[in-house]
Design a protein around this ligand. Structure first.
Ligand SMILES: Cc1cc2nc3c(=O)[nH]c(=O)nc-3n(C[C@H](O)[C@H](O)[C@H](O)COP(=O)(O)OP(=O)(O)OC[C@H]3O[C@@H](n4cnc5c(N)ncnc54)[C@H](O)[C@@H]3O)c2cc1C
Length: 479
């Protein structure tokens, strides 16, 4: 090479190309570091097809400063023009002239639908379409310290046997997250199982998750959910690309939500009769669907009592945590319900949903960390009774909420505590919930993906509460 100056890539990782794939790898590496080589300081979105078709492309959709996308990365404004894999240096041409950049790992993310002609000059192994051949960890075939992804790479796709990932931004981003993980630790196979649909710029799974400067659809900016129907099949497979998944318990993992609803009804119906007697006005009985979902589901016992009775205009004193179950107080009523639950748990079989169990097993096999975050004080007992306690690294339950002074759902405290204990970044963590309050908690905590489980047909409400996608059974996510 002709260069007379050599610089070393930050953290040893040199990324060629600052498009969807390259900028996302650098962003995911965070402070570990990376240097991006790109001709401009902008990540350019080619106007994405659905938006272009809808005539909704705006300049801010099309260019995002790379320094916003990957704030911790070093940026070199220039073009890669040569590669010496033996000495691990890339030659770069910039306004300031030519120089060499040394790397420990090189990430080739040079994009373009028609393969970048530079790939041939870099002497990388190419397939029949001129894309770089990679193995299942995204490592370039025959080149131990070089990786490739995005449009310029031929990445095997399991859902299309014998074929490669389609050239879409969603695949580029998904590969980028997997590659960043491989660069940080022992490389794991990248399982690409989606057939590949074009994703619009505003979709959470593309722009919002990975590129904060690109929160550009109207829905996201106004706080309204995008009007796009979440595509369960496509997003489901994303779950194994997250660091951790936090599951609610009742109604998500085990069939105990109905048991809780039944116990609440027994307790509240008595309370409503008593309140009606005191006020001289008859109260409607507790509705196990409407009242349970709106006021009680997912909340701590005490919050459930407070919120439901407030909704009926009934005032009760707080009482104390050890109030007797027959006391006319928030804690007394809560303790009455707890006694009923304990009796039911002791006498009824507790079953885990088969689909949920299969999903948790698959996630663990993929190296994703799993925990349970529940408002229930009986969480550990229920997990044991259902025979699934060993599927989770830890639990954050109703007792923790009280002991640590955490706010109950819809506040995100319990989920954030779960992520903290797993040392997982909330943005890289999934929350799975069936309760509206729980979904709202996942959204409030800034979690990367919130999955709603609609066993009782509450799909629209779960979406309105902030779920990114809704399934009737978690087994659907394995398809
Ligand atoms: C018209 C059009 C519409 C599309 N619509 C959609 C859509 O709706 N949904 C969807 O999912 N996908 C869409 N795509 C595909 C999507 O844009 C790509 O899949 C995605 O950009 C691939 O990301 P990448 O990082 O691999 O490549 P790119 O995003 O193209 O990034 C490659 C980067 O490499 C840089 N580069 C090139 N040469 C050099 C060099 N020598 N040195 C340094 N840097 C260099 C470039 O400047 C660029 O920044 C569309 C593509 C086109 C062309």
């Amino acid at each position: 090479m002709n260069s007379n100056r050599t610089r070393v890539a930050k953290g040893g990782v040199l990324v060629l190309g600052g498009g969807f794939a390259g900028s996302c790898v650098a962003r995911e590496l965070g402070r570990t570091g990376a240097t991006i080589v790109n001709p401009t300081n902008f990540m350019l979105y080619t106007p994405l097809l659905p938006e272009a078709g809808a005539g909704s492309v705006e300049p801010r959709h099309v260019a995002v400063p790379l320094r916003t996308v990957a704030p911790d990365a070093d940026l070199v404004l220039g073009s890669a023009v040569g590669l010496d894999p033996t000495h691990r240096v890339v030659e770069v041409e910039s306004d300031a002239g030519r120089f060499e950049l040394a790397y420990a790992d090189l990430v080739v993310a040079l994009g373009t639908v028609t393969p970048n002609p530079l790939l041939r000059e870099l002497n990388l192994p190419l397939d029949g379409h001129g894309r770089v051949r990679v193995d299942e960890t995204l490592r370039v075939v025959g080149a131990p310290s070089i990786w490739a992804l995005g449009d310029c790479a031929a990445v095997p796709n399991e859902a299309r046997p014998g074929e490669t990932d389609p050239a879409t931004c969603q695949h580029a981003l998904r590969q980028a997250r997997a590659l960043a993980r491989n660069l940080r630790g022992t490389p794991r196979p990248y399982r690409s199982r989606t057939r590949g649909e074009m994703a619009t710029l505003g979709r959470r799974d593309v722009a919002e998750l990975s590129l904060p400067g690109a929160r550009t659809d109207q829905g996201a900016e106004s706080g309204r959910r995008p009007d796009v129907e979440p595509d369960t099949r496509r997003q489901a497979h994303d779950m194994d690309s997250y660091e951790a998944v936090l599951f609610d318990l009742d109604g998500v993992l085990t069939s105990t939500a109905a048991l809780h609803a039944r116990c609440w009804k027994e307790v509240f119906d008595d309370v409503l009769v008593e309140a009606g007697r005191r006020a001289g006005a008859v109260q409607e009985p507790f509705d196990v669907e409407r009242d349970y979902l709106a006021h009680v589901d997912g909340k701590t016992r005490e919050d459930g009592v407070r919120d439901f009775l407030r909704a009926r205009g009934i005032d009760v004193p707080e009482g104390h945590p050890d109030s007797a179950p027959d006391e006319w107080s928030v804690h007394g009523i809560g303790n009455r319900k707890q006694a009923l639950v304990e009796r039911a748990l002791a006498s009824e079989p507790i079953e885990a949903f088969a689909g949920a169990v299969r999903l948790v097993r698959a996630l663990r096999e993929a190296g994703v960390r799993t925990a349970v975050v529940s408002s229930s004080a009986n969480c550990d007992d229920v997990l044991r009774a259902a025979g699934i306690a060993d599927l989770f690294e830890l639990t954050v339950d109703g007792n923790d909420v009280t002991r640590l002074g955490l706010r109950g759902k819809p506040a995100p405290d319990g989920f954030l505590e779960g992520a903290r204990r797993l040392a997982a970044n909330p943005e890289r963590t999934v929350v799975v919930e069936d309760a509206l309050a729980g979904v709202a908690a996942g959204r409030a905590g800034g979690f990367g993906l919130v999955v709603g489980v609609a066993r009782n047909g509450t799909r629209e409400e779960l979406l309105s509460a902030g779920a990114d996608l809704v399934v009737a059974d978690l087994g659907e996510l394995l398809r």
